[in-house]
Design a protein around this ligand. Structure first.
Ligand code: OVM
Length: 405
């Protein structure tokens, strides 16, 4: 539960912002509020929640680079684990600091390495071509329900080694996890009410006995055979993949579909050179930042760009705002597949930087390359419906009209 706003006061001279980055109005169009927070100052006080926030690229990057000061072990949502009991056992990576973090992270690094990606690539490309081919036989489809939600489910559950039954829990569980990082609002309360069957199915999938013997899950459990981690820790590391590996890529792909549908010149550029698929995906991830926010908690009194922040304060990193900060990005709001996206923070940065980024990029690249070959044009076909989630940005519906090549 957030502390009552009046229970916590900001350091002197911090600009105060009235925005609620977890409200439906904000989700409908976050960009004006992002700009307001960026322009108010390097660090602002969100009076609604009694926390600090950073929306500029430089400060977000500084926080990500200093996990000893801006820690994750007190939770990366609004809830402070030093004051409230977490809703589930904390993640061994996301919600831990170095040095403990690093031992668990090493196991995931190996399970999701470039070598593993090379072994998956042919299957991912084949699935992407099959999906693009099937969609090319229709002239209209929903780029979310018929594409962004379909493709990761075609490739990832098998790669992890999940059972065939109950896979529909994956996206519901992930939406729950990402809503739970938010404040005690309608979305979080609904997540709490509905989570039980998803949590139960996920817990079963994390067990060695449930997983196939040849997938990413089995690779993680192999680290328990050597004593590198315990069996229980292996289960929690599988849980991290099931938490962070599905909805994130759905919305990454959704962002790419949206960006391409709204920028026909960029789709033409991709079609002219399908080797730009990886760059086209990365730029969509920068522009829309499917994971919009994470908090950090200060471990000491600290000065961030001249603002004194006391120990034990929650500080919100507005990753999506940082990724459109005009101080860093020329024509920041433009989807430009030829720009340099280096340094964007949609995957975070530093020790916690997305461990699944190679998997995400493999999916995005395979699918966009297949689209570049299967279609001569994609355009929006009516209004998209935004998704409402406390952490994820994306669309619930994205109708498109597509012309087969
Ligand atoms: C985890 C986890 C859950 C949600 C997101 C995430 C973006 C990680 O359980 O480790 O990273």
């Amino acid at each position: 539960m957030p502390q009552a706003a009046e229970a916590r006061r900001p350091a002197a001279k911090v600009p105060v912002s009235p925005i609620d980055p977890f409200s439906i109005d904000f989700f409908r169009n976050p960009h004006p509020a992002h700009e307001a927070v960026r322009e108010a100052g390097p660090v602002v006080w969100l009076e609604r929640y009694g926390t600090y926030a950073a929306a500029r690229y430089a400060e977000v990057k500084e926080m990500l680079g200093d996990p000893a000061t801006f820690c994750s072990s007190r939770g990366v949502g609004l809830s402070d684990f030093a004051r409230e009991t977490p809703w589930r056992p904390p993640s061994l990576v996301l919600e831990r600091d170095p040095p403990e973090h690093d031992r668990a992270r090493a196991v995931l690094n190996r399970a999701l390495s470039a070598t593993v990606m090379r072994s998956l690539r042919a299957r991912f490309v084949e699935a992407a071509e099959a999906l693009a081919g099937a969609l090319a036989r229709r002239d209209r489809f929903d780029a979310i329900a018929d594409c962004a939600e379909v493709y990761p489910m075609m490739v990832l559950p098998d790669a992890v080694g999940l059972s065939k039954v109950g896979r529909e829990h994956l996206l519901s569980y992930a939406a729950t996890v990402f809503n739970m990082f938010g404040p005690d609002n309608e979305l979080r309360r609904a997540a709490l009410t509905q989570m039980a069957p998803h949590v139960e199915w996920i817990a079963l999938q994390c067990k060695r006995e449930t997983l196939t013997g040849d997938g990413i899950g089995a690779t993680i459990h192999a680290a328990a055979d050597t004593g590198e981690v315990t069996r229980r820790e292996a289960e929690l590391l599988v849980r991290s993949i099931l938490s962070a590996g599905f909805d994130t890529t759905v919305h990454g792909i959704g962002a790419a579909m949206r960006s391409l549908a709204h920028n026909p010149d960029q789709f033409a550029a991709l079609r002219a050179d399908p080797s730009k698929a990886r760059a086209a995906f990365e730029e969509a991830v920068r522009l829309e930042s499917p994971v919009q926010t994470f908090f950090r908690t200060t471990t000491r009194d600290v000065e961030l760009s001249g603002t004194r922040i006391p120990e034990g304060a929650k500080v919100l990193m507005l990753l999506g705002a940082a990724n459109r900060d005009p101080r860093k990005w020329p024509h920041a709001d433009r989807y430009d597949i030829d720009r340099s996206t280096a340094g964007h923070v949609a995957f975070g940065a530093g020790v916690h930087m997305c461990v699944g980024q190679l998997l995400a990029r493999l999916e995005g690249e395979a699918l966009l390359a297949a689209f570049a070959r299967a279609f001569s044009a994609i355009e929006a076909d009516g209004e998209a419906e935004p998704l409402f989630n406390n952490t994820l940005r994306g669309w619930a519906r994205l109708p498109v009209k597509a012309t087969a090549a």
